[in-house]
Design a protein around this ligand. Sequence first.
Ligand code: SF4
Length: 265
Amino acid sequence: MMGDRTLNELVGQYFRQQQEVFGNVFYTEKEKSTDSTINVLFQEEKIPEKEKEQRKIVISDEPTDLFTDEPEWKKTKSLDALYEKIHNCQNCPLGATRKNFVFGTGNPQADIMLIGEAPGADEDEQGKPFVGRAGQLLTKIIESIGLSRDDVFICNILKCRPPDNRSPFPSEIDECEPYLIKQIELIQPKFILALGLTAIDTLLKKKNKMGEIRGTVQNYHGIKMVVTYHPAALLRNPGWKKNVWDDVRLLRRLYDEYLNSKLKI
Ligand code: SF4
């Protein structure tokens, strides 16, 4: 693989040098001159015009795949196309233990994305995010601010379930987060609701304390981000319900302001 890349780079460098010297026309060798200093070029006066035309290769100014290492999934233009390219991913060990890849569900043009940590057992079984008990609670939370699951897009930092619902390893997050970033790029949400500290810390690239970050509006690359507890944590600690209610009302308030500003345009 490495050898191919090096060869490609050398070939690319050669063509670019040729292009700098000769413009967008490349002449191939017909017969070698006895003069070794010009033996790679045609002696143009000897070539009939018609043949010269046939031998000409126009080199495009556009970069070609030959000289780039960008994976196919990065070039996709829709969520469906992205799914097709990544749903067999084996980039980390979780690919071998999952039952189903959990891409995410909802509106591909959603204004709001909800991002959790990783699939659990029910999600792994069904291939959909937030479908177990925590997912049912999340559905109620979404409905409490006048939205439905079809209005938003729901996904996780990891697309495959960590065994025994353990927390994701940093190496797994490093491998999988680029898929989430591509999803965000394709959906272009106006708001993100990050669910739980794993999602919050991953997106903000720093350790946070829920007690300190809750109630603030964070900036995720120009997208307004509100944070709250993961619904699974809320099931274990029902006393946090009031906090979650406050957090999602903050999100709803920001969303209403956005909708009103669109009406005024
Ligand atoms: S968790 Fe992400 S990186 Fe790991 S195998 Fe699944 S899709 Fe690939």
